[in-house]
Design a protein around this ligand. Structure first.
Ligand code: SAM
Length: 234
């Protein structure tokens, strides 16, 4: 079982991940567990404060180091008690390395992981200096908090855990698994509003179907994401 811990001031948001679809079933089957730590529970004042004004001025509030560092250390202690040798901490931030399928594969191989979801204008740098091993971004844009990015990252890891998907072949065939985007998909009916399913998919000829899928995947990638082809080794 994979052990995931998240630090977030909005723990209930993670019900969206653990309660639905593939990631919900994976949790129910015991393929992974998710524990969310709220830094407000580690605040040193009665009002459960977790943010303060930035030194040197600037817009908005900054998340304070102490409640977050204490939350991460509690999560690390839990992971170690579950047998995770050296749990790594990943902070979700727009200033991180981009999340890619390759990074998801690397992270899903780990027995456990701690994710840090920020809010406000950001997080005191000393949290990164003391406790964070890697910063990850879900794209070149800014959202209001790290919960959605953390769920995006977690979902990308969970669906790679063997047995989580009904058919593990999906992982091999889908977009980005081989550096290409996925070919177009069709289901019944054969004709919808005058548009027919490509004949080859009805032919039963597996070799021709495979060739068609490869050709379509390549054409789609050339058109939508030529940068992926330039980055593709070989
Ligand atoms: N002031 C910060 C900056 O310019 O980098 C943005 C703070 S954002 C409003 C609040 C939190 O949302 C961040 O601490 C981070 O956890 C999360 N976040 C926002 N955009 C993100 C992205 N593209 N990838 C990952 N996390 C993101």
């Amino acid at each position: 079982m994979k052990r995931y811990d998240v630090v977030s001031i909005f723990p209930d948001m993670f019900d969206a991940l653990t309660g639905y679809g593939v990631t919900g079933r994976g949790r129910d089957k015991g393929d992974y567990e998710l524990v969310v730590w709220n830094p407000r529970d580690f605040s040193s004042d009665q009002r459960r404060t977790v943010d303060d004004r930035p030194f040197g001025g600037g817009a908005g509030m900054v998340m304070m180091a102490e409640p977050i560092v204490r939350s991460i250390r509690a999560a690390k202690a839990r992971q170690k008690s579950c047998g995770v040798g050296d749990p790594k901490t990943v902070a979700l931030t727009p200033a991180g390395v981009p999340l890619t399928q390759r990074l998801a594969k690397t992270l899903t191989a780990m027995d456990g992981l701690i994710l840090l979801a920020g809010r406000y204008e950001g997080i005191d740098q000393r949290v990164f200096d003391l406790e964070v091993d890697l910063e990850v971004s879900v794209g070149d844009y800014v959202v209001s908090g790290g919960e959605l990015p953390a769920m995006v990252l977690l979902d990308s890891l969970i669906r790679l855990i063997p047995g989580v998907l009904n058919d593990d072949k999906s992982i091999v065939e889908e977009s980005h698994s081989d550096g290409l985007l996925e070919y177009p998909q069709y289901t019944r009916p054969e004709v919808f509003e005058g548009l027919s399913v490509p004949k080859v998919l009805l032919s039963g000829n597996h070799k021709e179907i495979d060739d068609w899928k490869k050709k379509e995947a390549l054409e789609k990638t050339k058109f939508v994401r030529p940068d992926l082809l330039e980055a593709k080794p070989g």
